[in-house]
Design a protein around this ligand. Structure first.
Ligand code: CO8
Length: 258
Protein backbone atom coordinates (compact mmCIF):
# COMPACT_ATOMS: atom_id res chain seq x y z
CA UNK A 1 0.00 0.00 0.00
CA UNK A 2 1.29 3.48 -0.71
CA UNK A 3 0.69 6.40 1.61
CA UNK A 4 1.42 10.12 1.41
CA UNK A 5 1.18 11.24 5.03
CA UNK A 6 2.70 8.27 6.82
CA UNK A 7 5.48 5.77 6.16
CA UNK A 8 5.32 2.12 7.06
CA UNK A 9 7.99 -0.50 7.47
CA UNK A 10 8.10 -4.08 8.68
CA UNK A 11 11.12 -4.82 10.86
CA UNK A 12 11.10 -8.46 11.84
CA UNK A 13 7.83 -8.97 13.72
CA UNK A 14 7.36 -5.24 14.39
CA UNK A 15 5.21 -2.98 12.21
CA UNK A 16 6.53 0.59 12.26
CA UNK A 17 4.28 3.53 11.34
CA UNK A 18 5.91 6.95 11.03
CA UNK A 19 3.62 9.99 10.83
CA UNK A 20 4.97 12.13 8.02
CA UNK A 21 3.56 15.58 7.33
CA UNK A 22 6.73 17.57 8.06
CA UNK A 23 5.28 20.78 6.63
CA UNK A 24 2.60 20.82 9.35
CA UNK A 25 4.32 19.17 12.35
CA UNK A 26 2.36 16.00 11.52
CA UNK A 27 -0.98 17.74 12.11
CA UNK A 28 -3.71 15.14 11.78
CA UNK A 29 -5.78 15.84 8.70
CA UNK A 30 -8.44 13.54 7.26
CA UNK A 31 -5.97 11.89 4.89
CA UNK A 32 -3.47 11.13 7.65
CA UNK A 33 -6.16 9.69 9.89
CA UNK A 34 -7.43 7.53 7.04
CA UNK A 35 -3.93 6.30 6.19
CA UNK A 36 -2.99 5.72 9.82
CA UNK A 37 -6.16 3.69 10.29
CA UNK A 38 -5.56 1.59 7.20
CA UNK A 39 -1.90 0.94 8.06
CA UNK A 40 -2.65 0.10 11.69
CA UNK A 41 -5.44 -2.31 10.71
CA UNK A 42 -3.23 -3.95 8.08
CA UNK A 43 -0.48 -4.60 10.65
CA UNK A 44 -3.06 -5.80 13.19
CA UNK A 45 -4.32 -8.36 10.68
CA UNK A 46 -0.85 -9.43 9.51
CA UNK A 47 0.15 -12.81 10.97
CA UNK A 48 3.81 -11.83 10.71
CA UNK A 49 3.42 -8.87 13.10
CA UNK A 50 3.43 -9.12 16.90
CA UNK A 51 3.68 -5.47 17.91
CA UNK A 52 3.09 -2.07 16.27
CA UNK A 53 5.18 1.07 16.86
CA UNK A 54 3.82 4.54 16.04
CA UNK A 55 6.25 7.44 15.88
CA UNK A 56 6.63 10.91 14.38
CA UNK A 57 9.59 13.18 13.69
CA UNK A 58 12.25 14.65 15.96
CA UNK A 59 10.28 17.90 16.14
CA UNK A 60 6.77 16.52 16.48
CA UNK A 61 4.96 13.30 17.15
CA UNK A 62 1.87 15.26 16.05
CA UNK A 63 0.84 18.85 16.82
CA UNK A 64 -2.85 17.95 16.97
CA UNK A 65 -5.78 17.85 14.62
CA UNK A 66 -5.26 19.98 11.53
CA UNK A 67 -6.60 23.34 12.66
CA UNK A 68 -6.63 24.77 9.14
CA UNK A 69 -8.77 21.88 7.91
CA UNK A 70 -11.09 22.10 10.91
CA UNK A 71 -11.52 25.86 11.34
CA UNK A 72 -14.40 26.46 8.90
CA UNK A 73 -16.60 23.57 10.00
CA UNK A 74 -19.86 24.47 11.71
CA UNK A 75 -21.93 22.56 14.23
CA UNK A 76 -24.25 21.00 11.65
CA UNK A 77 -21.27 19.73 9.69
CA UNK A 78 -19.39 18.18 12.60
CA UNK A 79 -22.65 16.64 13.79
CA UNK A 80 -23.70 15.33 10.39
CA UNK A 81 -20.35 13.88 9.43
CA UNK A 82 -19.74 12.76 13.04
CA UNK A 83 -16.40 14.56 12.89
CA UNK A 84 -13.84 12.50 14.76
CA UNK A 85 -15.46 9.35 13.65
CA UNK A 86 -14.36 5.94 14.88
CA UNK A 87 -11.43 6.18 12.47
CA UNK A 88 -9.71 8.53 14.90
CA UNK A 89 -9.92 5.85 17.58
CA UNK A 90 -8.47 3.01 15.51
CA UNK A 91 -5.33 2.73 17.62
CA UNK A 92 -7.38 2.10 20.74
CA UNK A 93 -9.16 -0.82 19.06
CA UNK A 94 -6.21 -2.88 17.84
CA UNK A 95 -5.81 -6.36 19.27
CA UNK A 96 -2.02 -6.41 19.08
CA UNK A 97 0.11 -4.42 21.52
CA UNK A 98 1.22 -0.95 20.40
CA UNK A 99 4.08 1.34 21.39
CA UNK A 100 4.05 5.12 20.88
CA UNK A 101 7.55 6.59 20.48
CA UNK A 102 7.14 10.30 21.11
CA UNK A 103 9.65 13.07 20.41
CA UNK A 104 8.83 16.76 20.26
CA UNK A 105 5.23 17.98 20.32
CA UNK A 106 2.40 15.59 21.17
CA UNK A 107 -0.46 18.06 21.42
CA UNK A 108 -4.22 17.79 21.21
CA UNK A 109 -5.06 14.89 18.91
CA UNK A 110 -1.34 14.02 18.87
CA UNK A 111 -1.35 13.48 22.63
CA UNK A 112 -4.63 11.58 22.28
CA UNK A 113 -3.19 9.25 19.64
CA UNK A 114 -0.11 8.60 21.79
CA UNK A 115 -2.39 7.83 24.76
CA UNK A 116 -4.35 5.31 22.66
CA UNK A 117 -1.18 3.22 22.42
CA UNK A 118 -0.43 0.60 25.06
CA UNK A 119 3.13 1.62 25.97
CA UNK A 120 4.24 5.24 25.71
CA UNK A 121 7.98 5.89 25.45
CA UNK A 122 9.12 9.51 25.35
CA UNK A 123 12.27 11.23 24.17
CA UNK A 124 13.62 13.82 26.59
CA UNK A 125 12.46 16.41 24.01
CA UNK A 126 8.80 15.34 24.21
CA UNK A 127 6.11 17.85 25.15
CA UNK A 128 2.59 16.71 25.92
CA UNK A 129 -0.51 18.85 26.13
CA UNK A 130 -4.20 19.31 25.43
CA UNK A 131 -4.22 22.92 24.22
CA UNK A 132 -7.69 22.79 22.64
CA UNK A 133 -9.08 25.26 25.19
CA UNK A 134 -6.85 27.94 23.66
CA UNK A 135 -8.69 27.35 20.36
CA UNK A 136 -12.11 27.67 21.97
CA UNK A 137 -12.80 23.95 22.03
CA UNK A 138 -11.99 20.88 24.11
CA UNK A 139 -10.25 17.54 23.43
CA UNK A 140 -12.36 15.36 21.15
CA UNK A 141 -10.70 11.98 20.99
CA UNK A 142 -10.35 10.85 24.56
CA UNK A 143 -8.03 13.55 25.93
CA UNK A 144 -10.20 14.41 28.92
CA UNK A 145 -10.73 10.70 29.63
CA UNK A 146 -7.40 8.94 28.97
CA UNK A 147 -5.27 11.77 30.40
CA UNK A 148 -7.37 11.80 33.57
CA UNK A 149 -7.04 8.04 33.97
CA UNK A 150 -3.27 8.28 33.41
CA UNK A 151 -2.33 11.26 35.58
CA UNK A 152 -5.33 11.79 37.86
CA UNK A 153 -7.90 14.56 38.08
CA UNK A 154 -5.70 17.32 39.54
CA UNK A 155 -3.10 17.37 36.78
CA UNK A 156 -5.54 16.52 33.98
CA UNK A 157 -7.81 19.42 34.98
CA UNK A 158 -4.87 21.80 35.14
CA UNK A 159 -3.48 20.67 31.77
CA UNK A 160 -6.86 20.72 29.98
CA UNK A 161 -8.03 23.99 31.51
CA UNK A 162 -4.82 25.94 30.93
CA UNK A 163 -3.62 24.18 27.78
CA UNK A 164 -0.03 24.23 29.06
CA UNK A 165 2.50 21.69 27.88
CA UNK A 166 4.21 19.20 30.18
CA UNK A 167 7.72 17.99 29.42
CA UNK A 168 8.84 14.37 29.29
CA UNK A 169 10.18 14.28 32.83
CA UNK A 170 6.93 15.60 34.29
CA UNK A 171 4.96 13.18 32.10
CA UNK A 172 6.97 10.26 33.46
CA UNK A 173 6.57 11.44 37.06
CA UNK A 174 2.83 11.79 36.48
CA UNK A 175 2.54 8.26 35.10
CA UNK A 176 1.70 9.13 31.50
CA UNK A 177 4.83 7.57 29.99
CA UNK A 178 6.57 4.28 30.70
CA UNK A 179 10.06 5.71 30.31
CA UNK A 180 12.06 8.66 29.03
CA UNK A 181 15.14 8.16 26.87
CA UNK A 182 17.60 10.41 25.05
CA UNK A 183 16.09 11.72 21.84
CA UNK A 184 18.70 10.03 19.63
CA UNK A 185 17.87 6.68 21.23
CA UNK A 186 14.10 6.91 21.03
CA UNK A 187 13.46 4.65 18.07
CA UNK A 188 16.05 2.06 19.19
CA UNK A 189 14.47 1.88 22.64
CA UNK A 190 10.94 1.70 21.25
CA UNK A 191 12.00 -1.04 18.83
CA UNK A 192 13.69 -3.00 21.64
CA UNK A 193 10.51 -2.86 23.67
CA UNK A 194 8.37 -3.77 20.66
CA UNK A 195 10.67 -6.68 19.71
CA UNK A 196 10.49 -8.01 23.27
CA UNK A 197 6.68 -7.90 23.16
CA UNK A 198 6.56 -9.34 19.64
CA UNK A 199 8.77 -12.19 20.86
CA UNK A 200 6.08 -13.42 23.28
CA UNK A 201 3.31 -15.87 22.49
CA UNK A 202 0.85 -13.71 20.54
CA UNK A 203 -2.41 -15.05 22.04
CA UNK A 204 -0.94 -14.55 25.50
CA UNK A 205 0.19 -10.99 24.71
CA UNK A 206 -3.27 -10.16 23.34
CA UNK A 207 -4.89 -11.68 26.44
CA UNK A 208 -2.56 -9.73 28.73
CA UNK A 209 -3.40 -6.46 26.93
CA UNK A 210 -7.12 -7.20 27.27
CA UNK A 211 -6.72 -7.85 30.98
CA UNK A 212 -4.82 -4.60 31.64
CA UNK A 213 -7.39 -2.63 29.62
CA UNK A 214 -10.15 -4.22 31.66
CA UNK A 215 -8.86 -2.21 34.62
CA UNK A 216 -10.26 0.91 32.90
CA UNK A 217 -13.65 -0.59 32.15
CA UNK A 218 -14.77 -2.28 35.36
CA UNK A 219 -14.80 -2.31 39.12
CA UNK A 220 -11.82 -3.93 40.89
CA UNK A 221 -13.82 -7.04 41.69
CA UNK A 222 -15.03 -7.39 38.10
CA UNK A 223 -11.53 -6.79 36.77
CA UNK A 224 -9.96 -9.37 39.07
CA UNK A 225 -12.68 -11.83 38.10
CA UNK A 226 -12.01 -11.19 34.39
CA UNK A 227 -8.27 -11.64 34.99
CA UNK A 228 -8.81 -14.97 36.80
CA UNK A 229 -10.95 -16.27 33.93
CA UNK A 230 -8.45 -15.36 31.22
CA UNK A 231 -5.56 -16.59 33.38
CA UNK A 232 -7.32 -19.95 33.51
CA UNK A 233 -7.84 -19.76 29.76
CA UNK A 234 -4.09 -19.54 29.12
CA UNK A 235 -3.90 -23.10 30.45
CA UNK A 236 -5.67 -24.20 27.27
CA UNK A 237 -2.69 -22.98 25.23
CA UNK A 238 0.30 -25.10 24.26
CA UNK A 239 2.41 -21.98 24.75
CA UNK A 240 1.54 -21.89 28.48
CA UNK A 241 2.79 -25.47 28.79
CA UNK A 242 5.87 -24.67 26.70
CA UNK A 243 6.69 -21.55 28.76
CA UNK A 244 6.68 -23.43 32.04
CA UNK A 245 8.45 -26.52 30.67
CA UNK A 246 11.15 -24.30 29.16
CA UNK A 247 11.64 -22.58 32.51
CA UNK A 248 12.01 -25.92 34.29
CA UNK A 249 14.42 -27.21 31.63
CA UNK A 250 16.45 -23.96 31.76
CA UNK A 251 15.98 -23.25 28.06
CA UNK A 252 14.30 -20.55 26.00
CA UNK A 253 10.67 -21.20 25.18
CA UNK A 254 9.86 -21.93 21.55
CA UNK A 255 6.40 -20.41 21.18
CA UNK A 256 4.09 -22.20 18.83
CA UNK A 257 1.66 -19.31 18.37
CA UNK A 258 3.29 -16.10 17.25
N1 CO8 B 1 -2.83 22.20 12.48
C1 CO8 B 1 -2.43 22.72 11.30
N2 CO8 B 1 -1.19 23.22 11.09
C2 CO8 B 1 -0.33 23.16 12.12
C3 CO8 B 1 -0.68 22.63 13.38
C4 CO8 B 1 -2.00 22.13 13.54
N3 CO8 B 1 -2.42 21.57 14.69
N4 CO8 B 1 0.38 22.74 14.20
C5 CO8 B 1 1.37 23.30 13.48
N5 CO8 B 1 0.95 23.56 12.22
C6 CO8 B 1 1.70 24.16 11.12
C7 CO8 B 1 1.89 25.67 11.35
O1 CO8 B 1 0.74 26.37 10.91
C8 CO8 B 1 3.10 25.93 10.50
O2 CO8 B 1 2.70 25.97 9.15
P1 CO8 B 1 3.23 27.18 8.19
O3 CO8 B 1 4.72 26.98 8.15
O4 CO8 B 1 2.54 26.93 6.90
O5 CO8 B 1 2.86 28.45 8.86
C9 CO8 B 1 3.94 24.66 10.66
O6 CO8 B 1 3.03 23.66 11.12
C10 CO8 B 1 5.03 24.84 11.72
O7 CO8 B 1 4.39 25.26 12.92
P2 CO8 B 1 4.89 26.57 13.73
O8 CO8 B 1 5.54 27.54 12.81
O9 CO8 B 1 3.74 27.04 14.54
O10 CO8 B 1 6.02 25.90 14.65
P3 CO8 B 1 6.52 26.40 16.07
O11 CO8 B 1 7.71 25.55 16.39
O12 CO8 B 1 6.66 27.88 16.09
O13 CO8 B 1 5.32 26.04 17.09
C11 CO8 B 1 3.65 24.59 18.06
C12 CO8 B 1 5.01 24.71 17.33
C13 CO8 B 1 3.76 25.19 19.46
C14 CO8 B 1 3.30 23.12 18.16
C15 CO8 B 1 2.57 25.38 17.26
O14 CO8 B 1 2.64 24.98 15.88
C16 CO8 B 1 1.17 25.11 17.73
O15 CO8 B 1 0.76 25.68 18.73
N6 CO8 B 1 0.39 24.26 17.01
C17 CO8 B 1 -0.98 23.99 17.33
C18 CO8 B 1 -1.12 23.06 18.51
C19 CO8 B 1 -2.56 22.83 18.86
O16 CO8 B 1 -3.29 23.73 19.21
N7 CO8 B 1 -3.02 21.56 18.77
C20 CO8 B 1 -4.36 21.18 19.06
C21 CO8 B 1 -5.18 21.14 17.84
S1 CO8 B 1 -6.91 20.85 18.16
C22 CO8 B 1 -7.00 19.18 18.35
O17 CO8 B 1 -6.05 18.47 18.28
C23 CO8 B 1 -8.38 18.66 18.60
C24 CO8 B 1 -8.33 17.16 18.72
C25 CO8 B 1 -9.55 16.56 18.17
C26 CO8 B 1 -9.49 15.08 18.13
C27 CO8 B 1 -8.29 14.48 17.44
C28 CO8 B 1 -8.38 13.00 17.40
C29 CO8 B 1 -7.09 12.27 17.13
Amino acid sequence: MSYQTIKTETLGRVGLITLHRPEALNALNAQLIDELGRAARAFDEDDGIGCIVVTGSEKAFAAGADIKEMKDKDYAQVKNEDFITDDWEVLSRLRKPTVAAVAGFALGGGCEIAMMCDILIAADSAKFGQPEIKLGTIPGSGGTQRLTRAVGKAKAMELCLTGRMMDAEEAERAGLVAKVVQADQLLDEAMKTAEAVAGMSLPVAITCKEAVNQAFESTLAEGVHFERRVFHATFALEDRKEGMEAFAAKRKPAWKHR
